[in-house]
Design a protein around this ligand. Structure first.
Ligand code: ADP
Ligand code: MG
Length: 262
């Protein structure tokens, strides 16, 4: 398969289809042409070196960055073509389809845990406070953070903050969850709790794109893995095969460096 082939789909319908996605910052062409497909209920892991464009892919999918070209299709019912700037309402619709979990949690420091979780559903989605609060408390209970509902982010460990970050994303009831290196800022002993939670979500059938350097996690949880380098998907495939037997020299080098850092 050539690296420019779209990701193959199985029999289920794709939830996300990206074609020829491009993004430049000034004259720095960060995404040259990104093609990917994620089927409903499936997990795609994105791996690749620092600066290769992984975060920018997620930010374009979430409408935090405006792509310069290409198309994004979500759920077969929302299709955006970035050849010309999309209407605000369509960008808002794109934002509403996905929720992002950030590397550095990005919680509002001056809001409590509960306020952080209900902010998006109440302010952006304009849903009733009482209903959203009930759902938020159930989600916090699920991740063992009920007692922290009135705490501020700085009073929590990194692992707790990231679990709040995940709860905040779930509270938006998105079709697609986007994770940007969700454990890379955590102390090693806190990584497991967060990865276990993400694995549970995968088993529940959430559709996810996860940027991660946790290869063992990608092997176990992802249905597909794509290697990003220089703003392109160089290689993609079944995680067990790709991580054991990469085909491209750059993928081999990257995996070798990750497995033998010194
Ligand atoms: P990765 O997540 O793979 O490390 P990024 O998507 O964060 O890569 O960044 C890819 C490139 O885009 C880098 O060269 C980075 O400096 C540049 N870049 C990312 N965001 C911006 C921005 N908002 N403005 C200017 N350059 C940016
Ligand atoms: Mg990044």
């Amino acid at each position: 398969m050539s690296p420019t082939d779209p990701l193959p789909t199985d029999s289920s319908a794709p939830l996300l289809t990206v074609r020829g996605l491009r993004k430049s910052f000034g004259n720095n062409e960060v995404l040259k042409s990104i093609d990917l497909t994620v089927d409903r209920g499936r997990v795609l892991a994105l791996i690749g070196p620092s600066g290769s464009g992984k975060t920018t892919v997620l930010r374009c999918l979430n409408g935090l960055e405006l792509a310069d070209g290409g198309t994004i299709d979500v759920g077969g019912e929302l299709s955006l073509d970035f050849t010309t700037a999309p209407a605000r309402s369509r960008l808002a619709a794109l934002r509403d389809r996905s929720a992002m979990v950030f590397q550095h949690y990005n919680l509002f420091p001056h809001k409590t845990v509960l306020e952080n979780v209900i902010e998006g559903p109440v302010i952006v989605q304009r849903r009733p406070v009482a209903e959203v609060t009930t759902e938020a408390l159930a989600l916090l209970d699920r991740v063992g953070l009920t007692e922290k509902r009135d705490s501020y982010p700085h009073e929590l460990s990194g692992g707790q903050q990231q679990r709040v970050g995940i709860v905040r994303a779930l509270a938006l009831k998105p079709q697609l969850l986007l994770f940007d290196e969700p454990t890379s800022a955590l102390d090693p002993e806190l990584v497991g709790d967060v990865l276990r939670l993400i694995k549970e979500l995968a088993h529940e059938g959430w559709t996810m794109v996860i940027v991660t350097h946790e290869l063992e996690f990608a092997r176990e949880v992802a249905h597909r893995v794509a290697f990003v380098d220089g703003g392109r998907i160089v290689e993609h495939g079944d995680p067990k095969t790709l991580l054991r037997d990469p085909q491209h020299e750059r993928t081999k080098q990257f995996l070798h460096r990750l497995l033998h850092p010194f």
